[in-house]
Write a protein that binds this ligand. Structure first.
Ligand SMILES: Nc1ncnc2c1ncn2[C@@H]1O[C@H](COP(=O)(O)OP(=O)(O)OP(=O)(O)O)[C@@H](O)[C@H]1O
Ligand SMILES: CC(=O)N[C@H]1[C@@H]2OC[C@@H](O2)[C@@H](O)[C@@H]1O[C@H](C)C(=O)O
Length: 401
């Protein structure tokens, strides 16, 4: 047997697997790394986060990525170079961080690399009848495997598209395995650059589960902060808290077809960006607003977009718990407005109740997808209404040699 396949075979049969999950999202703030210990797979998965860290990107690296990020026209050579360069940077960060944590490459069974999304183009975005849904994540897995010496799984979104999905969100499978509750319906809300949630009915009723993007999380807020204050984000909503909500602008921001499209759906900063804000300001005659008022209105827009998507798609009659993750959970104004607009829901702290660091959640979910790719048996799990469950999106395999 080929020695790489032999190694994989051994990893799949191990009682415990150590997998490093990597996530670098649309906010371009840095690389999230969650070193996870898995036992089992499928519904008997148990996982412990051994270490978690976000390594912030250098500003020059952020700026290089921004030159191709969610742009319709780019320098093709730069895109090609970044595919290798992002992988190289990620590999360097991994090697340094593992060393700091006291691990060698031999201690880690696999890396699960999300890659850097540079363009997300579901049909609802590109509207070209002859083309399928599409998405592009760069930071090549072969480079990561070669430079770290660790088997790497990457590019998880293409399988979802090949199977008729939109390539996002992918959280649903891991959310289902890790967070579903026997008696209580749960909503797992992630507020990153884009906000998305997974609805998990009690008793794992597969027919009602779904996961969807709901619109912007922090993306327009962040871009506006950069444009007006040369800051990457509004830390603790310091600026937004000084502003007042403008109802005309809010209404114009909410008047977009994306919000009326049925779930599940996906989106990205290709749609929700500064041009989107400018357009809403022009339509509502609010281009003169103070920056702080725009920020306060954007926080309300994000909170209301999320709340409406929940209220319109989930019957909020019995007890429902909501667990928030993603950088937006650290924005106090955004969270306050969300609690205000969702009075029927019980807000639960993921760390306190489940012992899972919400900042590590997305990186953990990709580690879980790698665990399933390596040793899961989705057809053998005997899930209720299995055919109604979203299919697991497997990653591509890269070997160090
Ligand atoms: N203390 C804070 N105050 C306000 N906002 C914050 C704070 N901490 C983080 N954020 C917001 O969270 C963002 C980072 O979020 P996160 O890391 O979840 O995004 P991401 O993973 O890149 O996004 P996505 O999940 O959409 O791909 C920051 O850019 C900022 O807008
Ligand atoms: C194309 C892409 O990278 N989408 C991300 C992004 O970040 C949040 C939201 O937009 C979600 O669609 C997705 O990530 C999560 C992890 C997902 O696929 O479930």
């Amino acid at each position: 047997m080929n020695k790489n396949l032999e190694k994989l075979f051994k990893i799949a049969q191990k009682e415990e697997r150590i997998i490093l999950g990597l996530m670098s999202g649309t906010s371009l703030d840095g690389l999230d790394m969650a070193l996870c210990k898995f036992k089992g797979a499928g519904l008997s998965t148990s996982v412990e986060i051994l270490h978690f860290e976000t390594c912030p990107y250098e500003n020059s690296f952020k700026e290089a990525i921004k030159q191709v990020f969610s742009k319709k026209t780019v320098d093709l050579e730069l895109l090609c170079l970044l595919n290798a360069q992002i992988a190289k940077q990620h590999a360097e960060i991994i090697n340094q961080t593992l060393k700091k944590w006291g691990y060698t490459s031999n201690d880690v069974d696999a890396i699960a690399s999300h890659g850097q999304t540079v363009y997300h183009a579901p049909k609802i975005k590109h509207q070209l009848n002859n083309y399928p849904d599409a998405t592009l994540q760069i930071g090549d897995g072969d480079h990561i495997a070669h430079l770290t010496g660790i088997i790497t799984l990457s590019d998880f979104r293409q399988k979802s598209i090949a199977a008729g999905g939109e390539g996002a969100p992918l959280a649903v499978y891991g959310d289902y395995l890790l967070f579903a509750h026997q008696e209580i319906d749960r909503i797992l809300l992630n507020i990153g650059g884009i906000a998305n949630f997974t609805y998990l009915p009690a008793k794992r009723k597969a027919e009602n589960i779904f996961s969807t993007d709901v619109g912007p999380g922090n993306t327009i807020l962040d871009h506006f902060m950069m444009q007006k204050f040369n800051l990457y984000f509004d830390e603790d909503a310091k600026y937004a808290k000084k502003g007042s909500l403008n109802h005309d602008l809010l209404e114009a921001l909410l008047a977009d077809n994306f919000f009326t499209k049925p779930v599940p759906k996906s989106t990205g900063p290709e749609h929700f960006n500064l041009a989107y804000l400018n357009d809403a300001q022009q339509k509502s005659n609010t281009s003169h607003l103070k920056e702080e008022d725009v920020l306060a209105t954007l926080c309300e827009f994000t909170a209301l977009g999320i709340a409406k998507a929940i209220q319109e798609n989930i019957s909020v009659s019995g007890e429902i718990e909501i667990l928030i993750s993603g950088g937006g959970m650290h924005n106090p104004l955004l969270v306050e407005r969300l609690i205000h607009h969702l009075p029927g829901l019980t807000f639960i702290n993921m760390q306190e109740v489940l012992g899972i660091n919400p900042d590590a959640k997305e990186a953990l979910l990709f580690a879980l997808l790698a665990n399933e790719t390596l040793c899961g048996q989705p057809d053998g799990y005997n899930f209720q209404n299995q055919e109604k469950l979203p299919k697991i999106s497997m990653g591509k395999l890269s070997f160090p040699e």
